[in-house]
Design a protein around this ligand. Sequence first.
Ligand SMILES: [Zn+2]
Length: 67
Amino acid sequence: MGKLCCVDYGFECDFVAESKDTSGMIEEFAKHTLDEHGIEYSKEALMQFMLRKYNSSKYEDLYMQTA
Ligand SMILES: [Zn+2]
């Protein structure tokens, strides 16, 4: 479990996507960045952000299961 903070990606924004479901969290964050900032991140790109931030293969495993 983790969270995606908009501010971590260079936005002046306090949005945080938090969920126990990794793919759901990524979807929520992707929707937010598109709706609010007009930037479309692919799920693959967001997964890479997650992996870099938490330095864990746990999320990759989760992602592979739900992809
Ligand atoms: Zn934002």
